[in-house]
Ligand binder design. Structure first.
Ligand code: FDP
Length: 290
């Protein structure tokens, strides 16, 4: 199934093609490099390499006016202003989400958001978002204005495995990031309730953990911490695209007070507390944090 907007389709098919190469190219690129990314986190060779590959390919698509990534400080201007030109978009990418899992050989992903606005932008300016999950099988979940679809990727091609993806009504799993002593009292109290209702599934890569929520129903959270009230995850590259996908699949996203898609960004690399999952679990979370 191709996406009706030709620029979005070009982005998605380029990501499919590149994801297959990224997966192959992880071999031999698991060591850390001396640089830190703009958020001050350690990079591995694969982070830098995957970013260069995606920047090169995505920025040369006609209609992609900006390319931004978690791994580079500045937004790349590729010609075309998403704010004034109707057929120009900005693409924000987390090339390897959960790359600290490379060392232990656990799952990771690539996240892409296509914004009809220049960056930094609110999540409600997204027109599509997708993620690739490098698990035992390489899959992609793509959300557009119309629907959410899950694909398997082989040889750069995508094959549909689930149409009109929605969160199951009965939630089963939860995964909460951050160290427990660093959680706020209000979040800890909410977590104690959820632990009695759902099954723990935390793998340390947001994409892997969110994919469990989309498959089984439940909640994923990386909350604001006592030592870091803004949390760990980035709004432009992680919060908005994942919020968009989960909301399109019938769930909710939140920064603790409002939909992630309604959060005003202040910086391309800005962070946010992040909560996504079944609607009633996010409603209860917001009530608990009030
Ligand atoms: P990573 O640092 O490995 O890139 O993007 C940040 C992220 O992974 C998320 O994918 C993941 O959910 C989170 O950080 C894991 O953080 P913890 O190590 O604190 O659990």
């Amino acid at each position: 199934m191709t996406v009706s907007d030709p620029v979005v389709e070009a982005v998605v098919s380029t990501v499919c093609r590149t994801a297959t190469e990224i997966r192959q190219g992880l071999i031999g690129r698991r060591n850390t490099v001396d640089e830190a990314n703009p958020s001050g986190e350690t990079q591995v060779e694969a982070d830098v390499w995957a970013d260069d590959l995606l920047a090169d390919r995505l920025s040369s698509i006609d209609g992609v006016g900006q390319y931004a990534s978690e791994e580079r400080s500045d937004v790349l201007d590729c010609g075309g202003d998403p704010d004034t030109e109707t057929d120009a978009y900005a693409v924000a990418v987390d090339p390897l989400d959960g790359s600290s899992n490379l060392r232990s050989n656990n799952s990771m992903g690539t996240i892409v958001g296509v914004y009809d606005a220049s960056l930094p932008a609110r999540g409600d300016a997204l027109v599509a978002a997708c993620y690739v999950l490098y698990g035992p099988v390489t899959t992609m979940v793509l959300a557009t204005e119309e629907t959410v679809t899950e694909y398997e990727l082989t040889g750069g091609e995508r094959t549909i495995v689930r149409r009109d993806v929605t969160l199951p009504d009965e939630p089963v799993v939860y995964g909460f990031g951050g160290r427990v002593p660093n959680w706020t009292d209000a979040f800890s109290e909410y977590a104690r309730e959820i632990e009695r209702e759902l099954k723990l599934r935390y793998g340390g890569a947001m994409i892997g953990d969110v994919n469990q929520v989309l498959t089984y129903g439940g909640i994923f959270a990386y909350p604001g911490l006592e030592s870091r009230p803004e949390g760990k995850l980035r709004l432009q590259f992680e919060g908005n695209p994942i919020g968009y996908i989960v909301e399109r699949a019938g769930g909710r996203s939140s920064d603790g007070e409002r939909s992630l898609l309604a959060v005003e960004p202040n910086d391309v690399h800005g962070r946010t507390p992040l909560f996504v999952g079944n609607t009633d679990l996010i409603d209860r979370l917001e009530a608990a944090l009030e």
